[in-house]
Ligand binder design. Structure first.
Ligand SMILES: [Zn+2]
Length: 62
């Protein structure tokens, strides 16, 4: 059983982490005002729950 926790296991973990990061980057973005993690805007504008200001897709202030 020990060989199952070797390199193949680490590769599996790396793949899962990589896919998770890709998914997170597609789902979340940084608030352009305060830099915190907020939901990515699909359409129109959203209000940041931390600083209360509105942001939209592709807006870069920092
Ligand atoms: Zn904010």
């Amino acid at each position: 059983m020990e060989f199952l926790l070797g390199p193949p296991f680490m590769v599996g973990v790396a793949v899962v982490v990589g896919l998770g990061l890709i998914y997170a980057r597609r789902t979340y973005q940084r608030c352009p005002h305060c830099g915190r993690l907020v939901r990515r805007v699909a359409q129109g504008w959203l209000r940041c729950g931390f600083c209360g200001r509105q942001y939209r897709r592709g807006l870069r202030l920092r």
